[in-house]
Ligand binder design. Structure first.
Ligand SMILES: Cc1cc2nc3c(=O)[nH]c(=O)nc-3n(C[C@H](O)[C@H](O)[C@H](O)COP(=O)(O)O)c2cc1C
Length: 319
């Protein structure tokens, strides 16, 4: 894997980076670090949600994102995740959704660095896995640089080494969750400045990145780039060897994914999300519209055979 590839990772996304998407990404490039969708500490403790990830061959390349704000509960959940084999424990300190905000975790935690430090200390007592924090550059009216600087200063006391910063302020009351992904404008300079100040921390920038081929102008300013929506729309960007013309290799990968799903659905329940992950996978090729329609039918009929036939019959072609 090239340095370039190592530099990029996949963002946690509810309803998107589930166990099946992790599996798909593993087929595309099993060396890329991917963050799971957020799982609440209580869900991890009380249910067998982690078992879903036993389908992966390479769980040590997967970071789990945990939500919550009770140090002892986060620590128990983190230990369970560490024992399961996850590579890194990421704490969600950036989500502005109403449910999360009313539950007093997510972005609220940016304003409670002492509490997050306690959480990290408790987790560190229970596991030696790397702990990282994902947050934003500010929240509501709390946008002075001191807010984020103090947050890092406090967490560095608990030896957090890695921070993922969504380069956008969250507006808890004014915007809904979706709007908070696009408004207000991104401010990359703020994140580059943070990196300059916290040289010894690994600072990963997030928000609005669209490919895995950024030039040195950006790469030298930061330790890594996390990609969210574009990673979901077009996960092929994580395999630099696969070009537009490598359609046959792409078909083989999707074939393997479908074979895997067929077996999985024999043992467990049919899961339509697993198919949504590949609905747009052939966008840009001839036949992509038909492919999308076939994926919808497969979901409706709970049957993957037509999709497998569709690929075999050479219905998807270079334009
Ligand atoms: C559908 C969706 C679900 C998301 N779920 C989470 C989540 O569970 N945890 C989290 O920290 N961020 C979540 N995010 C935010 C992303 O991780 C990322 O910060 C954001 O999309 C900006 O990156 P992008 O511009 O590359 O998409 C979500 C974003 C989307 C689009």
């Amino acid at each position: 894997m090239s340095v370039q590839e190592n530099f990029y990772c996949v963002a946690p996304m509810m309803g998107k980076t589930d166990n099946f998407f992790c599996y798909l990404l593993e087929l595309i490039n099993n060396k890329v670090l991917i963050y799971t969708e957020m799982m609440h500490a209580e869900t991890i403790i009380r249910t067998n949600i982690l078992e879903n990830y036993s389908i992966l061959n390479n769980i040590e390349k997967v970071a789990i994102q945990i939500a919550g704000s009770k140090p002892d509960r986060l620590a128990i959940a983190a230990k369970k995740a560490a024992n399961f084999g996850f590579n890194e424990i990421n704490i969600n300190c950036g989500c502005p959704s109403k449910r999360v905000v009313s539950g007093s975790f997510g972005i609220n935690l940016l304003l409670q660095p002492d509490l997050v430090r306690e959480c990290v200390e408790e987790i560190s007592n229970k596991t030696s896995k790397q702990i990282s924090i994902k947050t934003r550059i500010g929240v509501d009216q709390y946008i002075s640089e001191n807010i984020l600087d103090n947050f890092l200063l406090e967490l560095n006391k608990a030896n957090v080494s890695k921070y993922i910063i969504h380069a956008r302020v969250a507006l808890r009351k004014k915007l809904n969750t979706k709007e908070n992904l696009n408004i207000p404008a991104l401010n990359y300079e703020r994140v580059y400045k943070l990196k300059k100040k916290f040289r010894n921390n690994k600072i990963i920038i997030n928000g609005g990145f669209k490919n895995t081929k950024y030039d040195n102008q950006i790469i030298k300013k930061i330790d890594g780039i996390m990609i969210g929506r574009e990673a979901y729309k077009n996960p092929w960007i994580f395999n630099l060897d696969l070009t537009y013309n490598d359609l046959d290799k792409k078909k083989l990968i999707i074939n393997s994914y479908l074979d895997f799903l067929k077996n999985n659905f024999k043992k467990y329940l049919f899961n339509k999300n697993a198919l949504f992950h590949i609905q747009n996978i052939f966008n840009g090729y001839q036949g992509s519209k038909k492919w999308r329609q076939n994926v919808s039918s497969a979901i409706k009929n709970k049957d993957l055979n037509n999709l497998l036939k569709f690929i075999d019959c050479d219905n998807i072609k270079l334009i």
